[in-house]
Design a protein around this ligand. Structure first.
Ligand code: ME8
Length: 519
């Protein structure tokens, strides 16, 4: 089955429906998972929902639901989003599952056994209305000089009992982890931020609450629930069946990649490795903090009225177009912006006009002029140059860039190969050769047939549905669709021997249109 590869997304707060940022992260994780599968690895992709904590409890109260009812309703929307975006996860984990409580309590016990948890007092400005603590710096002044939360609710200096995690003990170990494993935090800008943060010194972390009860109970302290991040981060272990000694855990832990957004890098690169070291477990290989997706340069929010439902977006433009656009348009790791016009322009120029049109033209000509039959042919230098160029772009450049999570650069290399095919077809003009030199026309079309196969295999992780359709039309067996297949083509000769013909092609990349009011 190949070397194991375990990738996770953040688990989303289901206190609302999924937004575009959730879709972006899920798509990127799925692309990475499909890429590694196509490279022959034994991949496991985990996603899920983060259902405990104050935010969930507050939202449920606003809606007159129990937190459990709210999470049941809302997590289904995240499952539906994955289906709509063709995100093919192996595990969808919900933190309210009993096995997750077991795992969270087990990691807690191990941290405690290691001497890293102690009871103390948590003090701060607390708003009963918000059920939240605020920093002095966040407070605003109310009437008569009273102190108010940023939400304008009254705050009181409050002292509660809390468990603390000795984070301060892990400063040096964390800095050593970053130095010894330069790829542990990506991209570089995020790594530098975290090194600077830890270098300033770490304070111990309050890891339990007594002010509300929607969470995992602290073992031995029934009036405490765990701080939501302790339980949330543990999801990556729960999904492997830990603390049972499962095959999945032995095979997939430590994770190869935690893919998350830039706002939660601190939790994943400081707290999480410290918890794991404390529990005597190996730390993940890499945490990548991707950028934020903006709508025409603005954050989506209810007040701006620009919140996009990712499922509706996929229905409108097609799931492959949305996936292609996100991976192509945004330099991975940086923030990016989207708009309906940008999706239409990008996908029409590249997917429909350059690549889709090439596929359609070549397959139609083979169907019409060669009865859809493949054959052996002798190639000229021009054919070999094209074949070599396309093969290199697809099997060397695309794979190198995708492996480094440089999706945009990988797709750029792919587009150069598409352009090379279009330049070749114009130069060779097979439509003219049909009358003057049918033998040569066949060689040109079959050279292009092989190039299209390479192009399609290379881009399949990004646009799996359309690529699957094209590979079906080309008659490529399912077992021959990985990157390894780019270097052998035994199936081609088998196909020639059987004489099986290609069916009449149907377009896989429709041109997109904008409704009149948006164009
Ligand atoms: O943070 N663009 O959940 P969450 C891109 N439950 N990504 C975005 C984004 C945007 N506009 N907005 C949010 C949580 N994200 C925790 C995670 S993991 C153990 C616990 C990303 O629902 C965000 O960075 O607020 C995060 O990676 C993911 O969406 C879920 O965010």
């Amino acid at each position: 089955m190949g070397e194991p590869y375990y990738i996770t997304t953040a688990i989303s707060y289901p206190n609302g429906k999924p937004h575009i940022g959730h879709a972006y992260e899920a798509i990127a994780a799925d692309v990475i998972a499909r890429f590694h599968k196509a490279m022959g690895r034994d991949v496991r992709l985990q996603t899920g929902t983060d259902e405990h904590g104050l935010k969930m409890a507050q939202k449920a109260r606003d809606l007159d639901l129990t937190p459990a009812q709210l999470s049941d309703q809302m997590s289904q929307h995240f499952i539906d989003m994955c289906a709509a975006l063709n995100v093919n996860y192996d595990v969808f984990l919900r933190t309210t599952e009993p096995r997750h409580h077991t795992a969270s309590q087990e990691i807690w016990k191990r941290m405690e056994a290691n001497g890293d948890l102690y009871l103390d007092r948590y003090e701060g400005w607390y708003s009963v209305r918000d059920e939240a603590y605020y920093d002095e710096s966040e407070l605003v002044e109310g009437e008569g000089g009273s102190k108010l939360s940023p939400q304008g609710t009254p705050v009181e200096w409050t002292v509660e009992e809390s468990w603390f995690f000795r984070l301060s003990k892990y400063e040096d170990k964390l800095l050593a982890l970053y130095t010894d494993n330069p790829d542990f935090i990506r991209p570089e800008a995020r790594r530098n931020e975290m090194i600077a943060f830890v270098s300033q010194g770490l304070r111990d972390l309050s890891v339990s609450r007594t002010s509300f009860d929607w969470g995992v109970k602290v073992p031995g302290s029934d009036n405490h629930v765990m701080y939501v991040w302790v339980d949330a981060l543990t999801n990556y272990l729960t999904g492997l069946g830990w603390p049972e000694e499962t095959d999945a855990f032995a095979k997939y832990w430590p994770a190869n990649l935690h893919l998350i957004g830039k706002d939660i890098v601190r939790f994943h690169t400081i707290y999480w490795p410290a918890f794991l070291m404390s529990a005597n477990l190996p730390v993940p290989h890499q945490v990548f903090g991707h950028g934020f997706l903006l709508n025409r340069g603005q954050k989506e929010s209810k007040s701006l009225g620009n919140v996009t439902d990712p499922i509706a977006l996929a229905e409108r433009f097609g799931v492959d177009a949305v996936r292609y656009f996100f991976m192509r348009e945004v330099a991975f790791g940086q923030d990016g912006s989207w708009s309906p016009e940008a999706i239409v322009t990008r996908c029409n120029a590249e997917l429909a006009n350059s690549y889709g049109n090439l596929v359609q033209r070549v397959l139609s000509m083979i169907f019409k002029n060669m009865d859809g039959k493949l054959d052996t042919f002798s190639s000229t230098e021009a054919d070999d140059v094209l074949t070599g160029f396309v093969r290199d772009a697809c099997s060397v450049e695309v794979t190198r860039e995708f492996a480094a999570l440089n999706f945009s650069a990988g797709i750029d290399a792919w587009m150069r190969a598409v352009f090379a095919c279009n330049a070749y077809i114009d130069e060779q003009a097979p439509w003219t050769l049909r009358k003057t030199d049918p033998e040569r026309m066949r060689a040109v079309l079959l050279t292009l047939f092989m190039a299209i196969r390479d192009l399609t295999i290379a881009i399949a992780p990004i646009v799996p549905t359309a690529a699957g359709k094209v590979l079906d039309q080309l008659g490529i067996p399912v077992g021959e669709r990985g990157y390894g297949a780019l270097h052998h083509a035994g199936w081609y000769m088998e196909r020639v021997a059987t004489g099986e013909a290609l069916a009449q092609p149907v377009g896989a990349f429709p041109r997109l249109e904008l409704p009149a009011e948006e164009s």
